[in-house]
Design a protein around this ligand. Sequence first.
Ligand SMILES: Nc1ncnc2c1ncn2[C@@H]1O[C@H](COP(=O)(O)OP(=O)(O)OP(=O)(O)O)[C@@H](O)[C@H]1O
Ligand SMILES: [Mg+2]
Length: 260
Amino acid sequence: MLTILVINSKGGSGKTTLTTNLAGYYANMRLRTAIIDYDPQASSLQWLKARPDTMPTIHAANGAPAKGNAHLSSRQSWVPLDTEVLIVDAPAGAGGLLLKDLVRKANFIVIPVAPSPIDIRATADFIKDLFLVGGVRTSNARMAVVANRVRNRSGTPYAALERFLTSLKMPFLTSLADSDVYLQSAEEGVGIFEMDELLSGRERQEFMPIVRWLEGHFPNRFGIRNEDKQAILESSRKWAAFRPEGATGRFPAFQPVTGK
Ligand SMILES: Nc1ncnc2c1ncn2[C@@H]1O[C@H](COP(=O)(O)OP(=O)(O)OP(=O)(O)O)[C@@H](O)[C@H]1O
Ligand SMILES: [Mg+2]
């Protein structure tokens, strides 16, 4: 299983938007795809609830702390052992042990950042935290940054951040426009790659560098089903501490079915 962690301690930077659209993309590639949502507001899980039954199913797991019903929470936080792509939607403000744990389990870390000076400064601080608290230096995770909600491409609000990233050899993958298409996607439970291309062509084009960067590092794992089964299972076990009774630990034959 490949794990993509979408994280920025700054609220509203686009974590859920990236999570849901990456999940939509991989589910449509017919990879067994799961989202684990660590945000108590559960925006990704709400997106999955709104998702039409006709769409390729995405497994939903809840990573947020239990509210009273521990059994239900454990059950929901379970990720099937044969998940191929797991996307982790981190909560705003993630730090300390949670940050360490999320980094330890990630193969990729994608950091969305909105174009305001406050967001950019907070993101630079968060990236420092990733090194100082999160332990990225000793992890094998690859990291990259994505600009989100960009209105004016000619302005350069990111210049300072770009210099900082260059000093860390961290790529700035793409700029996603501020677009109503993402709002529609959020509301309908459908990703930009699952909408009519006439509607979301520009958004898809802007999003593709993220997908290419991810796939460039592990082409076989993303492209071929059931390859390297043992490694997939071992990685999955880190997430499958609890297995609900009666569950098989597998997605059904072709389509995952437990999206809601
Ligand atoms: N590129 C975009 N264009 C238009 N709206 C966007 C875009 N990206 C995100 N949004 C909207 O901005 C709001 C915040 O985005 P999102 O929920 O993805 O951020 P987040 O980092 O997950 O927030 P939180 O920290 O609260 O979990 C949402 O309403 C989302 O639909
Ligand atoms: Mg969110």
